[in-house]
Ligand binder design. Structure first.
Ligand SMILES: [Zn+2]
Length: 434
């Protein structure tokens, strides 16, 4: 007998099929078997186990293409186990793990290590990005082809930019041949050296050195030129500056192979929202001006920014207590991203629910070439989140993540994930729900 589950009576929202209506979803052997109204009344399905989804959204599991799981080497901050549990709690069923671990994932055997550990311990599916340069030092390219054979989904030196444009060109040529994207952390390190906040009001108010927006935009512009030169797919990570969004918009108008993502913290917060010297608001790129945040929202609305990704970057409390200048960059985000999207993008009419899910599931699937997820079409993996869209909750410092470095603690949000299914099986269930 096939293993079955019937998700009954929820509002199915699936941008890939332009569906937004109450339907039943039949799961068989870990895959979507059917999505239809009145399925539960079929005689053959009367005895199938049922998950009652009345009043809930039934959506394709989210795909977060920018996540730091910290394993190997920094298991005190996060592990594959805790990071994927955090993902499941946030409705995320696939994460792309960034390679800046210790040591970095820069060889085929390191790729295999993360992949097999993720299969053994992960609560959700884990894709692996390989480093672009050996040790992420920016000097010598890694064996990209060998890592592709070991199963990487993208190449990136994230955490650090690719400062050497010639090396970047060679990496792009290789990525193009292999058919995978290059994800770039766009930052001119000479312009941002020694800075910990945005250049402008934040830096002036706090008496700290700031990063100018141009440090991001010059590299975005360079990457657009190198994408045009090579034809490779360049994906701009965590876009934050208005001028960068404009550059990507123009590149897309010209038909270039350039895409971009924005984080929940950049579409929700700006530099004026960061209180005092709290290092939980220290991230790279930094929170920028209100005008920059506006531009990110415009980019998300018009599709210039293809995807929402968290840049989930766990750091233990000791490190964030070092204060703004010394603390490491980065904030966690997996457990709050969907609620931030529902509250600030859907709630403020920037995106419809369908468009939000496009940015958080269908688009990342497309950018990473994943043909078996990001949709509730028949035959897809049964990766599904059940969400109560109207439920209010306050973000508390109780996370599945090992780390607590969230700028959203204390914030009131709408939208609660009630359950997350991976391959039709519960990876997360909210308290007493369901
Ligand atoms: Zn990152």
């Amino acid at each position: 007998m096939a293993e079955r589950l019937l998700v009954k009576g929820g509002l199915v929202i699936d941008p890939s099929q332009n569906i937004e209506s109450v339907r039943d979803v039949l799961i068989e052997d870990g895959k979507i078997a059917e999505v239809r109204a009145g399925l539960s009344k079929q005689p053959g399905l009367k005895d199938a186990p049922v998950l009652d989804a009345q009043g809930l959204w039934v959506i394709p599991g989210l795909i977060d293409m920018h996540v730091h799981l910290r394993e190997p080497g920094r298991e005190g901050d996060e592990t594959i186990l805790t990071g994927t549990r955090a993902a499941a709690r946030g409705g995320v069923t696939t994460v792309l793990a960034m390679p800046n671990t210790e040591p970095p994932v820069d060889t085929p055997s390191a790729v295999s290590f993360v992949k097999s550990k993720a299969v053994a311990e992960g609560a959700v599916r884990v894709l692996v990005a390989g480093a672009a340069t050996v040790g992420q030092k920016g000097e010598r390219l890694t064996e990209i082809v060998g890592m592709v054979r070991a199963g990487i989904s993208a190449v990136t030196d994230d955490g650090r930019p690719m400062m050497n444009s010639e090396l970047m060109r060679r990496a792009l040529e290789c990525c193009k041949d292999c058919g995978i994207p290059f994800i770039d952390h766009c930052e001119d390190e000479h312009l941002s050296a020694g800075a910990c906040v945005n250049e402008g009001r934040a830096a002036t108010a706090k008496g700290l050195r700031g990063m100018p927006w141009a440090g991001e935009t010059v590299m975005v512009s360079r990457d657009i030129a190198l994408s045009e030169l090579t034809g490779a797919h360049v994906h701009i990570a965590h876009i934050s500056a208005a001028q960068s969004v404009t550059a990507v918009r123009l590149a897309k108008k010209r038909g270039l192979n350039v895409t971009a993502e924005a984080t929940p913290h950049h579409f929700t917060l700006c530099e004026e929202d960061a209180p005092g010297y709290d290092a939980n608001f220290k991230m790279n790129p930094p929170l920028r001006s209100a005008r920059d945040r506006e531009a990110v929202l415009e980019g998300l609305a018009d599709g210039t920014i293809d995807a929402v990704a968290t840049d989930h970057a766990p750091h233990g409390p000791g490190k964030k207590a070092l204060g703004l200048p010394l603390a490491p960059f980065g904030v966690i985000g997996l457990e709050t991203s969907l609620a931030l999207g529902i509250t600030h993008l859907v709630g403020k009419k920037i995106l419809s629910p369908k468009k939000l899910l496009e940015r958080m599931s269908a688009a990342p699937a497309r950018l990473l070439g994943l043909k078996d997820r990001g949709s509730l079409k028949k035959g897809m993996l049964a990766d599904i989140a059940l969400v109560h869209p109207g439920e209010s909750w306050t973000v508390e410092a109780r996370f599945e993540s090992k780390s607590r470095n969230s700028p959203f603690i204390g914030m009131k949000l709408k939208g609660q994930v009630r359950a997350t299914l991976v391959g039709g099986r519960a990876a997360f269930r909210h308290d007493h729900a369901l």
